[in-house]
Write a protein that binds this ligand. Structure first.
Ligand code: LMR
Length: 333
């Protein structure tokens, strides 16, 4: 056999082997989030992974990174735009720094009374419009996922607006939430979720707001003496993907993943309320944090102090967006 023929044959077989290997390499999707595995979002992400891998028969591999183990707040949006991670599910309170302030409409105090009202927005025209605003940022919105209603915590009983005076309260990076704390006479401190436990423990901040599932799974009950059931707002997530990556997927894979996302969304939203009820029961059972149920008069006082935040943020969030949400939820300022 001629030498050059052997070389060509070997090269061809190496190339074809490489081709086969390349064809068998799964498409890797990194899905990064900041909460514990045992939360509505943590479980939703794991369920999406399971469905995506099963239904694509291994052509897609989803690597879920919980608890800020890959990226934390303040890093993850940029990482998504750069393509270092493919899927995120940040709270909608974290979209302001990206330049889409309309997402902060969800942070307006008391704008939602129930999950039903919330879903009219997330599953209706407002939700669609918000997602359209992401496209120019290189991001595609896939779904909205629920967590739950937020409660306030501190190391002193917080029942009335006056009780918040001078407290340093950790918030997410939303101006609306900053105004909310200021309306109570508190001092807002923007901080990454991964740093909250330690900040509460060391007294860098005095208190915070979050649904029970986050409060319990981050062990905040170990470092907060009171949890007031204010239900003054929600934590809602937008599941987002790098647009270029998503558009570049083989169409059959993308269709399968869209269906998997739809089913994972239903699953995450179906478990959200129970996860929070269970977490609240666990906080109670720990005996470490006292749960404060507000009287109707205390609730009314909190609402009176906080609703003016809507008007203050009209120009930031958009008068039209606020009006559209009012229309869906029936909220009357
Ligand atoms: C927070 O930062 O408090 C929340 O957005 C965390 C989360 O993702 O639920």
């Amino acid at each position: 056999m001629r030498f050059d023929f052997v070389v060509a044959a070997v090269a061809a077989s190496v190339l074809s082997f490489a081709g086969v290997t390349a064809a068998q390499q799964p498409i890797v999707i990194k899905f990064s989030h900041v909460v514990a595995i045992d939360t509505p979002k943590g479980k939703g992400a794991d369920y999406f992974k399971k469905l995506a891998e099963e239904r694509t028969k291994g052509r897609v591999k989803v690597e879920v990174y919980p608890n800020s183990s890959l990226f934390k707040d303040g890093e993850e949006m940029e990482a998504l735009q750069l393509g270092s991670v493919q899927i995120l599910a940040p709270s909608v309170a974290k979209f302001g720094p990206l330049g889409v302030r309309e997402f902060e409409v969800f942070d307006l105090p008391y704008i939602f009374d129930s999950f039903e009202e919330l879903h009219k927005v997330t599953e209706g025209p407002v939700g669609k419009k918000l997602f359209q605003k992401l496209e120019s940022k290189g991001i595609t919105g896939l779904a909205f996922w629920d967590n739950g209603f937020k409660e306030m915590s501190a190391n002193k009983p917080i029942r009335m607006p006056a009780d918040y005076k001078g407290l340093k309260m950790r918030i997410q990076s939303s101006k609306v939430l900053g105004d909310e704390m200021k309306a109570l006479g508190a001092i807002p401190q923007v901080m990454a979720f991964s740093e909250v436990y330690q900040a509460l423990q060391t007294g860098v901040v005095d208190g915070t707001e979050n649904p029970p599932s986050n409060f319990y799974t981050q062990k905040m009950h170990e470092v907060q003496k009171y949890l007031a059931l204010t239900d003054h707002g929600v934590i809602e997530y937008a599941v987002i993907v790098n647009k270029k990556f998503w558009d570049g997927l083989p169409p059959d894979i993308r269709t399968t993943l869209e269906a998997a996302m739809k089913d994972a969304t239903k699953y995450a939203n179906d478990i959200a309320k129970k996860e929070n009820d269970d977490a609240l029961a666990a906080v109670k059972a720990s005996g470490k944090t006292e749960i404060l149920t507000l009287t109707p008069a205390e609730k009314a006082a909190m609402k009176k102090a906080l609703v003016p935040v809507h008007k203050e943020n009209e120009s930031r969030v958009g008068k039209d967006t606020i009006a559209e949400v009012y229309k869906e939820t029936g909220f009357k300022p």
